[in-house]
Design a protein around this ligand. Structure first.
Ligand SMILES: Cc1ncc(COP(=O)(O)O)c(C=O)c1O
Length: 403
């Protein structure tokens, strides 16, 4: 099989020591494998360059501080933001919790409404439920179109001035559906609502420019972007961040501490209490350099071609039901009639194909699709046509085993 794409398929397997020959790793939406330059940056970070940041007066610490802040500039430029608006967090989950606690928790009042969509990850549902419960706000849910996108016409029809916050996935982790993020922001702003985009699955797959999109907050996790675990990013408009109280108290986030009173540092430091994940930040910088070196437009074309190939092949197997739109970004969810997705994944694993099976932290979406779980194949820069062939062969074996 050949991948039908205008550009040449990527051929980067050699950069990924964790992927042995013959193993089809199709779980990048859960977490990506790491390329050699990221592994090297992490080894150097804990090796010959290691020291704390922002505190030491000795040269090594000053150098590490420069590297840490250079990474912030790199991340900001990567998503079209400014360094002062770019906060290092543990991951998208922490970024959303931070906005829920520090922005929604202080801005929303009883009777206000929050607008989410049917396809959100639990990370973009539960923090809003927690804050809504505290302040007395209500949550509304945007339905999906028949081809499983967030229905923006429905959003435009249901949003009211009582909606103070909208929070949507830029790319669905289950369906791969890509949000028209600019339009979603325009609709949110038309009633004066703020909008947070969950960019976990978008940042590794599409060029993202927060200024062009026009959102108010944007979050993503480093480990899905070929970087380390435990590091992620919250970007927010500076006027919103300036007005927000700190998330946690501790070292680094202060201006002046006395027992009578503490004043806080300006953002981003205000939201980065304690010693940060220094080497995580350094590794994230290397990951962004790696991804930018390939080019997100090329990555997107590569993954889109793999999605098309996978959907075409799977749709020819009678018992397979595909979810999500045909132009989904890098992610294909499916069900094999009469077979639990866990059995599908187990049989595929016997053939060296690693997929995810389950509710993908999106139980309300499973309810809407009318299934308890799906099987999900998700792609990264290292995948190739051979992986799709192995997937299809595995599914054919599943159908033979289960008759
Ligand atoms: C769309 C989406 N949002 C949020 C998350 C949560 O990311 P993390 O667990 O890295 O904080 C994920 C992870 O699967 C995701 O895919």
């Amino acid at each position: 099989m050949t991948v039908a794409t205008a550009t040449r398929p990527l051929d980067l397997l050699a950069d990924f020591p964790a992927i042995p020959p013959g193993w089809a790793y199709l779980d990048t939406a859960a977490t990506s494998q790491k390329p050699r330059p990221v592994l090297d940056a992490i080894a150097r970070g804990y090796g010959e360059t290691y020291a704390t940041v922002h505190r030491g007066v000795y040269q090594r610490s000053a150098d590490m501080t420069l590297a840490f802040e250079a990474a912030r500039e790199r991340v900001a430029a990567f998503i079209g933001g400014k360094p002062g608006e770019t906060i290092f967090v543990r991951g998208a989950t922490e970024g959303i919790n931070l906005v829920a606690t520090c922005w929604a928790g202080t801005q929303l009042e009883a009777g206000d409404r929050i607008l989410l969509s049917t396809l959100e990850h639990h990370s973009n549902i539960v923090p809003w439920q927690m804050v809504a419960g505290k302040v007395g706000a209500e949550i509304d849910v945007i339905p999906l179109t028949p081809d499983h996108r967030i229905d923006l016409d429905a959003m435009a029809a249901m949003i009211t001035p009582a909606h103070k916050l909208v929070a949507l996935a830029h790319v669905s982790n289950v369906l791969g559906a890509v949000l028209d993020a600019k339009r979603a922001c325009q609709i949110a702003h038309s009633v004066g609502a703020r909008i947070l985009l969950d960019g976990c699955q978008a940042v590794p797959r599409l060029p993202v420019d927060v200024a062009e999109i026009g959102c108010d907050f944007y979050v993503f996790s480093g480990h899905k972007l070929y970087g380390p675990t435990g590091i992620g990013v919250l970007w927010g408009r500076s006027e919103l961040l300036e007005a927000m109280p700190p998330y946690q108290g501790g070292g680094s986030m202060i201006d002046r501490v006395t027992f009578a009173r503490t004043t806080y540092a300006p953002p981003p430091g205000r939201f980065e209490a304690g010693t940060p994940h220094i080497v995580g930040v350094v590794g994230l910088h290397a990951a962004i350099d790696y991804v930018d070196g390939i080019g997100l437009a090329r990555i997107h074309a590569h993954e889109t071609a793999l999605v098309t190939q996978a959907r075409d092949a799977l749709s020819q197997i009678n018992s397979v039901r595909l979810f999500g739109p045909d132009d989904s970004a890098g992610i294909v969810s499916f069900a094999v009639g009469g077979v639990h997705p866990h059995d599908v994944a187990t049989i595929l694993d016997e053939g060296n194909v690693a997929i995810r099976a389950g509710h993908h932290c999106a139980q309300p979406l499973m309810d809407a699709l009318g299934v308890p779980a799906t099987a999900r194949a998700s792609f990264g820069v290292y995948n190739h046509a051979g992986d799709i062939a192995a997937l299809v062969k595995g599914i054919e074996r599943v159908t033979r085993i289960f008759g």
